[in-house]
Design a protein around this ligand. Structure first.
Ligand code: UDX
Ligand code: ADP
Length: 456
């Protein structure tokens, strides 16, 4: 039996440890976090994050071989392997502000591990981190004058929110980066053995630490780049008679390109894409690779442009003024099947609508609490949060669909149309609604990357 400690009980740490606990019943897994409220929620539910399938895994493993605690220091010594999945937001101050990762939580955790250990440990980087973090971590951990040895291994997480349990159960690959020493190779073997409980060996890829760290940033940069590429084409489609879905379909049928991640919309969000690209940009600048930095920066610029373009189109369509108009925002989460609103494009869109003096009513099946926190600075006179989408749309001049929740496809739009101001507009920012049907009902429909279906 091994004891595994995970520091950080968030979107990554919680689900990852639950799945490890499920498949490795002989190991004892302890998940620790500084946030008492969060730990209490993991212990007794409702769980602190919404993730389909997570409840069942937690029911099976909690108090069997999966435990949650706020006592971080007290659980370090007993651990053979320590996963670190604390948050690494983008720095908001000092050198590299707005680009580099804020590593203060990471460094504090490294010192905590160092100061509370008296036996050898494998320390696993699980958060997304700038390349060479493992090296810095190693330096801190080794700054003790005794024989205690820490082996730092990079094991980036590729799970996507909303499908986290599936991604963990059946990963495309598990990446493990370790040092090229006897101890480094032994640590990698130990992690491989852990994952081999349920992941086929051919899907477990071992590399050196830096390749592993860079692969994580590169994967997210490539995925985000696809979204920005199709979004850039959506602007061309709107200016011409092309249809972005038709273009994406034709593109995706080339097996070298593939059909995934070609949905045009209001832009990508989430805690990873922007942060990881900014990390990559910072890294490139650090090494004097200005052209490479500018290349990746373009992916983020296109994403910002897409959000602004969406609001600009709403403005132009609604007779060049949004002042005093009510906009029902359908969906605030950065994608469907999650309550997460970190870096959601809805934040920017709502702020821009409010700038134009529109009144905003937000509805979302899972993310209303997080939406309230994300827009806490807004005067409550100007914004309302409404669980019921029918109530949200009542009296509204327009609906803006910002998250592709399947629930929004099931609504009775005849009823919604009757309760709205006329002319009634729908801006389908995710191209998920039956646009022809909406047009027949009487809506003026504005998809992304397609010609509008308009009565006015
Ligand atoms: C991403 C990576 O997919 C995952 O491997 C990594 O571990 C963490 O970052 P996640 O942020 O959970 O996962 O969501 P993802 O499904 O990748 O979507 C990111 C954003 O891109 C969302 O806002 C989504 O709506 C948007 N997107 C995605 C599009 O606009 N169009 C697409 O075709 C795909
Ligand atoms: P991610 O999506 O990367 O999992 P989250 O913000 O959901 O990010 O989770 C990170 C978790 O790490 C949070 O619950 C936070 O409280 C926790 N955390 C941050 N710093 C520390 C620390 N020094 N020790 C323990 N937990 C920490």
């Amino acid at each position: 039996m091994k004891t595994i400690l995970c520091i950080g009980a968030g979107y990554v740490g919680g689900p990852t440890m639950a799945v490890i606990a499920k498949h490795c019943p002989e190991h004892r897994i302890v998940v620790a976090d500084v946030n008492e409220e969060r730990i209490q929620a993991w212990k007794s539910g409702p769980l602190p994050i919404y993730e389909p399938g997570l409840d069942a895994v937690i029911q099976e493993t909690r108090d069997r071989n999966l435990f949650f605690t706020t006592d971080i220091c007290g659980n370090i010594e007993a651990a053979d392997i320590i996963f670190v999945s604390v948050n690494t937001p983008t720095k908001t101050f000092g050198h590299g502000a707005g680009r580099a990762a804020d590593l203060q939580y990471w460094e504090k955790t490294a010192r905590l591990i160092r100061d509370n250990s008296s036996s050898d440990k494998i320390v696993v980087e699980k958060s997304t981190l700038p390349v060479k973090t493992a090296e810095a971590m190693h330096c801190i951990l080794e700054s003790r004058n005794d024989d205690c040895h820490f082996e730092v291994v990079s094991n980036p997480e590729f799970l996507a929110e909303g499908t986290a349990i599936h991604d963990l159960e059946e990963p495309d690959r598990v990446l493990i980066g370790g040092g090229d020493t006897e101890r480094g190779r032994a640590a990698v073997r130990e992690l491989v053995a852990l994952y081999e409980h349920w992941v086929p060996s051919e899907r477990i890829v071992t590399t050196n630490v830096w390749s592993s760290e860079l692969s994580k940033l590169a994967s997210n940069a490539f995925l985000a780049q696809r979204v920005s590429s199709i979004n850039s084409l959506s602007a061309v489609c709107e200016a011409t008679d092309a249809d972005v879905d038709e273009v994406a379909r034709a593109l995706g049928m080339d097996h070298r390109i593939g059909s995934k991640f070609l949905n045009a919309g209001i832009g990508f969000g989430g805690s990873c894409f922007k942060k990881d690209i900014l990390n990559l940009v910072y890294l490139c600048e650090y090494y004097g690779l200005q052209e490479v930095a500018r290349y990746w920066e373009g992916v983020i610029q296109m994403n910002e442009y897409q959000k602004q373009r969406f609001v600009g189109r709403m403005m132009r369509t609604m007779f060049n003024t949004l002042a005093d108009k009510t906009i029902a925002v359908f969906g605030f989460a950065f994608k469907a099947q999650t309550s997460d609103t970190r870096d959601s494009p809805a934040i920017t869109v709502c702020r821009e609508l409010l700038e134009e003096k529109a009144r905003v009513v937000v509805t979302d099946p899972q993310a209303l609490d997080n939406a309230k926190s994300a827009l806490s600075e807004v005067d409550p006179e100007n914004i309302t949060f409404e669980q019921d989408p029918y109530a949200a749309a009542e009296g509204a001049h327009a609906i803006a669909v910002l998250t592709p929740w399947p629930e929004f496809q099931e609504l009775d739009y005849e009823k919604i149309y009757r309760a709205m101001q006329k002319p009634a507009f729908i801006f389908d920012g995710r191209n998920v609604l039956d646009q022809n049907q909406l047009y027949r009902i009487g809506f003026n429909v504005y998809p992304v990357g397609k010609q509008p279906l308009s009565h006015v």
